[in-house]
Design a protein around this ligand. Sequence first.
Ligand code: C2E
Ligand code: MG
Ligand code: MG
Length: 644
Amino acid sequence: MQSIKALEKDPYFRLKLIFLCLSVAVVVSIVYVTVVYKMAADIGTTTEFDATMTEARNLQYVIDTHSLAIAEDRVGDILTRHYSQSPSENDITYGFLLLNSPSPFSFSNLPPDKLHPILDKTSIMQEVNDKGITVIEGQQYVWVHLKSNANADILFIKSAKSISLAVDYITRRLIITSFITFWIAVWLALFLATWMNNKVQTKNNALAHIATHDALTELPNRLYLFSICRSEIQDLIAKQSIDHEQKIGAIILIDLNNFKEVNDTYGHHIGDAVLINFAKRIQHVLSSSEILIRMGGDEFVIWGKELDKLSSLSLSENIRIACHAPLIISDLSIEINPSLGISLLFQHANDLDNLMTYADLAMYQSKSNHLGPVVYNKTLSESYLYEAKLRGDLLDAIQKEQIFLLYQPKIELASGKIIGVEALARWNHPIEGVISPIHFIPLIEKSVHIHKFTRYVIEKSIIQAKEWLALGIETTIAVNISPYNLLDGDFARDIEALLKEHQVPVSVLEIELTETAMMNDISSTKSSLQTLRELGLSIAIDDFGTGLSSLSYVSQLDANIIKIDRSFVMDMDTNNHNLAIIEAVIGLSNRLKWEVVAEGIETKEQLTTLSTLGCQYGQGYYFERPLSKQDITSLLEENKQFPN
Ligand code: C2E
Ligand code: MG
Ligand code: MG
């Protein structure tokens, strides 16, 4: 499962930004100050060197162009004029010496205790035509050593004042500039950090919204459920461990029953509008502690952190009431009919995944049994597990021939004679025992085995018919097929091949197809049934009355037998409505020359009423329950006639 952790807000994001901007400002300021300081020191040094060198060259010129005695006086004059003999604090100290000279004269205002260490230091490094700076006792001295062109070399030493002057000057200004720059940087950092923080957080919020919401309905989506609701569930569990009374929290799973038809009939744009309007209706009945989530398609979930069993049921009821009025979309009136399944935190599960599974099982139960809201209970899981187990054993059932057939006689009501049988499948499961088709047929229909299964039942029936023919028994066998068989293009050809293989006439076989099954795809049902009719097979419309088709629709289907559903026969003696329907069906079928079979005759009264109404054929426990191969063979052999 994806996580939205990556999109969660960083509470320190702005602080981090400020810190980053300030760090950059400080680093830039330090680099700036260092560079400027260095430049100032370099400028001071260069200026000092240039000035000292010019002075030294002038003195050298005097030495070179005069005799030593005159040069000594002249140089002495110049130096005493420019530099005082006994310097005060602010005066420049200097030293002037002739080297390699017959006359060792020198001038200096430096006391000997200073001059000698300077000479010691400078002489080591001295080369002719050299210059440099030497630091002695914290004081910088610039010295120039020039080669004489005539009389003698000179060494001129001077305390370097302009270096410290330049540095002092720049430093004063630098402190002020740095202070101003730093404050500008601080404000800029604050402004930039706030601006960027707002920009990034706005984008982040937008991204988080997109990731956790459904684009169509604007509702939170499954990512929201599995991250935000999941953590709310964990909080409730943590709270419950402290406050043991607190046992609340529920998931309500909602699925729209007829949504596929809406999409198929009116198109996806109407389907979308249905979902949007449905979501709006539900939101109106929710309180602020309940949240509606769209899981995808027509599946919605409500997570209510304050819901318990009673309030979940009453909320579900309110949802159903909110859905009573049809939705009006583009002048269409569309019915919405939700199925609701409820699972409760603490009572059913302590984690979201299981809560979802259980709510799904409950919802499935609500949908398949056309019930109102269903609260999960353990038996739902048990039946689900049972189904899952049977599903796993289906292939074995066919391959190991665990499926066997029972036969229920079809009686001509007027004579009481058996005119045919209906083959009804049973599964002899090695562990579960004999399983009814109402349990395993829906599972087979949902699996890929349905084609193999029907072919198996038809072949077994054909073989049975052949055995009876060999015994001189001529009777029809009706086989139930699934609507999915009609989608198989080879279905009719396979039946034909089986009949040929076992040399059984086609008139022996009847095909029964439930009315609801035929409604799925009208045009393809029609053409598949036509192919079967062209083969010469009889087609019966089974469980007639339970679907939505009209007699006129059925008349287009080329069927020749109508089997009235057991539910009409069951209470025809007390329910005038059902009696009227049976009467109408029989009347019309007789006129259209269809055979009518009444299913589920259990009493003499029912038989009498049906006979009076003109029903030709009947089936039911009143005559016989579905019988084993041996029992039905005996009945057929003795040509049993039932009382009428
Ligand atoms: P159906 O085709 O409508 O079969 C009639 C069902 O009603 C049978 O149930 C039968 O035992 C039952 N029945 C007959 N008379 C009475 C009566 O008087 N009272 C009551 N209460 N029930 C009666 P069964 O054998 O359990 O079959 C149930 C359904 O399973 C069948 O309904 C049919 O739709 C399906 N089915 C059975 N065998 C097959 C098969 O081989 N293939 C397919 N696709 N479906 C099958
Ligand atoms: Mg049937
Ligand atoms: Mg039936």
